[in-house]
Design a protein around this ligand. Structure first.
Ligand code: 13P
Ligand code: SF4
Length: 352
C-alpha cells in the first residue's frame, strides 16, 4: 500500500478523517479499530512510558528513548506509529528511513529541543572546535546532525566512560543531566543552558512534605531533575531504570520524580506497591502541573486518526537524515553492552 492510500474494510468502515472528524464510538470500540488497522497496515505501535495509559496498553512495545530507537531500527513493520514526542519519531525515521513513521500529533515537541536552536548551537560548536559534541537524544534532527555522538539517559554515563581521558566535551542541551553526568563521571564538560520544563518544576517543598508523610518510601528520580531534587533521591536513572528499581522491591513504596505516566507501568508490574507522584510548581493555583504537555498531546483519537489518514507523517531531508544518522549509529554501537529493558506485548514478538 502506498502512502496516499488508506484501507477500506467492510465491517470496520475506516475512512480518511478530517482533523476534527472522529467516529462516534466508545474508547473500547476505537481501540478495536486501532488493533484492526494495525494488522491491515502491517504497523507497529511504539510508545514511551509518559503516554496516556490507554495508549500504553495499545502499544506493541513500550520503552525508554534507547529501547524505542533500537526497536525502530530493527522492525520489519511497514509503518511505525510512534506514540511519543517528535524528536523520538524523527529518530525512528532516521534509523528506519524506508518505513512510514506516523506521529499522532505533530505539535508534540519537547522543551529541551526548543531550548537548543540549530543556528545558535552551530555557532557555539564552532567556537569550541577542539570539543567533542555529545548530545542528549532530546533534540531536533538538525542538532543531531551537528553532533558527534548522541546519548540517552540510559547510556550517557557508559558512553562518556569510553571517551579518552583529556578529551574536551561539550554536552547539550540538558544542563541538569549534564551536571549530573559531570558528578558521576568526574569528567569536565561544557554545558548548554537547556532544561526540561517538567523535571525542573517539581516542587522540592512538596517532595519534602511527601517524604515526611511517607518515611519508608524510596525517592526515585530522572536525571533531568535539578541537583536540589536529585540530592533527595535514593535512586537516579532513566525511565526504564526507575521501573526496574521498583520491580526489584515489590510491596514497597516509592516517591516518583518523573512524569507520572510512568506509574501505569510500575503499578502493572508491582500491583502490591505504593506510588506517589510529586506536584509541580506551576503558575498560580496549579499544584499538580507535573505532566509533560507535549507527551499528553497524543490521544487515542489522534492515534486512530493518524492511522486512518496515514498522516501526520515524519518527512526529513535525506541529507539531514544521513548526517543525523552518524551520531545515532555511534550511540548504538557504543551501547551494545547495555541490554534491552523495554517491554514487549507477547502477541507482537513476531512482528517486531
Ligand atoms: P528516557 O530515555 O529515560 O525514557 O527519557 C526520555 C525523556 O524525555 C525524559 O523526559
Ligand atoms: Fe521533553 Fe521534558 Fe517532555 Fe521529556 S518530559 S519529552 S524532556 S518536555
Amino acid at each position: 500500500m502506498d502512502d496516499t492510500s488508506f484501507p477500506m474494510h467492510g465491517i470496520h468502515e475506516i475512512f480518511p478523517l478530517a482533523d476534527e472528524a472522529l467516529p462516534a464510538c466508545s474508547t473500547p470500540e476505537l481501540e478495536d479499530k486501532i488493533r484492526f488497522l494495525k494488522e491491515e497496515m502491517n504497523a507497529v505501535i511504539l510508545s514511551h512510558y509518559y503516554q496516556d495509559e490507554n495508549i500504553q496498553d495499545l502499544a506493541d512495545y513500550i520503552g525508554d528513548s534507547l529501547d524505542l530507537s533500537r526497536r525502530a531500527a530493527a522492525t520489519d513493520a511497514d509503518v511505525i506509529v510512534f506514540c511519543g514526542v517528535k524528536f523520538m519519531a524523527e529518530v525512528a525515521k532516521i534509523l528506519s528511513p524506508n518505513r512510514t513513521v506516523l506521529l499522532p500529533d505533530m505539535q508534540a515537541g519537547c522543551s529541551l529541543e526548543f531550548s537548543c536552536p540549530p543556528q545558535q548551537f552551530r555557532a557555539y560548536r564552532e567556537a569550541h572546535p577542539d570539543h567533542l559534541v555529545l548530545t542528549y537524544i532530546n533534540c531536533s534532527a538538525e542538532i543531531k546532525a551537528l553532533s558527534d555522538i548522541i546519548v540517552t539517559s540510559t547510556n550517557a554515563e557508559a558512553i562518556i566512560r569510553q571517551l579518552p581521558e583529556g578529551q574536551p566535551i561539550l554536552f547539550a542541551p540538558d544542563k541538569y543531566l549534564g551536571h549530573y553526568l559531570i558528578k558521576k563521571t568526574g569528567r569536565d564538560m561544557l554545558l548548554w543552558d537547556g532544561s526540561c520544563i517538567v523535571h525542573e518544576r517539581f516542587s522540592e517543598r512538596e517532595l519534602i512534605r511527601l517524604m515526611t508523610r511517607q518515611p519508608e518510601a524510596h525517592v526515585i528520580a530522572h536525571p533531568e531533575c535539578p541537583e536540589a531534587l536529585l540530592n533527595h533521591a535514593h535512586h537516579i536513572g532513566s525511565t526504564s531504570s526507575l521501573i526496574a528499581f521498583t520491580e526489584q522491591r515489590p510491596g514497597q513504596s516509592f516517591i516518583v520524580l518523573t512524569e507520572p505516566g510512568i506509574i501505569h507501568q510500575m503499578r502493572k508490574r508491582s500491583p502490591g506497591s505504593l506510588f506517589f507522584d510529586v506536584p509541580g510548581t506551576g503558575e498560580g493555583a496549579c499544584t499538580s502541573c507535573n505532566t509533560c504537555p507535549y507527551m499528553k498531546m497524543n490521544t487515542v483519537e489522534k492515534l486512530y486518526r493518524c492511522m486512518v489518514n496515514r498522516a501526520p507523517q515524519i518527512t526529513l531531508d535525506p541529507a539531514l537524515m544521513a548526517a543525523a544518522e552518524k551520531p545515532l549509529a555511534r550511540m548504538l554501537e557504543m551501547s551494545k553492552m547495555i541490554p534491552a529493558s523495554g517491554s514487549l506485548h507477547e502477541a507482537s514478538r513476531q512482528l517486531l
